[in-house]
Design a protein around this ligand. Structure first.
Ligand code: KIV
Length: 297
């Protein structure tokens, strides 16, 4: 087997997505599609639907693990979910979110944790939140051949500093800082920028100014692509959806109907039916009926 697989360059939609593909999409004005996924089943559905990038987001802390915010989720938990997604995905880029605390103590430990996501879980990229204070880490990760996705604007890991989940970049000073951070991360070697919870006009300006693709969430339609949390998309997040969320399905209603039907069928002995049961062959059935298999006390 050849170690290097050469793309034929025929543009077939089933070829694995790469960061070059995303860069080409920005250059040709084709929107980039991204979604989160956290387990094998949903990652398969997302990948088979042709989404370009799957993020194992630390939002799983809330939507999968039931934590109050994203801060408690650990590297081990993120690795566990990233491995499950990795096993499901054939085409999309799989990116892992670095959880809070895993890159905040030192550059060395940030690089070491990022290496774990690639080596132990098969991630093709890592995402980290923050601007200027992350530039050195981005540089080191890029030098270690790990594609980095920056995350600017409303960064949920900064919930306590921000005083809640508030739209960012609304003043001239804040806009200046966001633009500066975006350029800094690009210069440091980031492959992509997630822009979250900022005014449309600011996201449009960043998108126009930087050479790398921007992926928006609550940042308006002018980004190079869009990402949503899977559970928000299908009404499984048990919370009032944010203004930017559009629900494309109601999995909660679908699941409730299925679970109610099951409970009711079990309670009324309508499930399982004879056709859903295994049966003995004739001779074994006869032996069961005869005294031969009677239990002797
Ligand atoms: O954790 C997450 O899901 C995210 C995105 C939605 C960008 O960071």
């Amino acid at each position: 087997m050849s170690v290097t697989h050469f793309r034929t360059g025929d543009g077939s939609a089933s070829l694995p997505v790469t960061f070059q593909t995303l860069q080409e999409k920005k250059q040709t004005g084709q929107p980039i599609t991204a979604l989160t996924a956290y387990d094998y089943a949903t990652a398969r559905l997302v990948d088979e639907a042709g989404i370009d990038l799957i993020l194992v987001g630390d939002s799983l802390a809330q939507v999968v693990l039931g934590y109050e915010n994203t801060l408690p989720v650990t590297v081990e938990e993120m690795l566990h979910h990233t491995r499950a997604v990795r096993r499901a995905v054939r085409r999309a880029i799989v990116a892992a979110d670095m959880p809070w605390g895993s890159y905040h103590q030192s550059i060395e430990s940030g690089v070491a944790n990022a290496v774990r996501f690639v080596k132990e879980a098969g991630a093709q990229a890592v995402k980290i939140e923050g601007g200027a204070s992350r530039a050195e880490l981005v540089e080191r990760l890029a030098a270690a051949e790990i594609p980095v996705i920056g995350h600017l604007g409303l960064t949920p890991q900064s919930v306590h500093r921000m005083g809640g989940y508030k739209v960012q970049g609304r003043t001239a000073a804040a806009i200046r800082e966001l633009l500066h951070d975006a350029h800094l991360l690009e210069s440091a070697g980031a492959a992509l920028l997630v822009l979250e919870g900022i005014p449309r006009e600011v996201a449009a300006r960043i998108t126009a100014e930087v050479g790398i693709p921007t992926i928006g969430i609550g940042a308006g339609p002018d980004c190079d692509g869009q990402i949503l949390v899977f559970h928000d998309l299908v009404n499984l997040s048990f919370s009032q959806p944010a203004k930017f969320v559009r629900q494309y399905g109601d999995a909660a209603a679908l699941f409730r109907t299925a679970i109610d039907g099951y409970r009711s069928d079990v309670e009324t002995r309508a499930f399982p039916a004879d056709s859903e049961s295994y049966h003995l062959p004739k001779d074994a059935a006869a032996a069961l009926e005869s005294s031969a298999l009677r239990h002797k006390a």
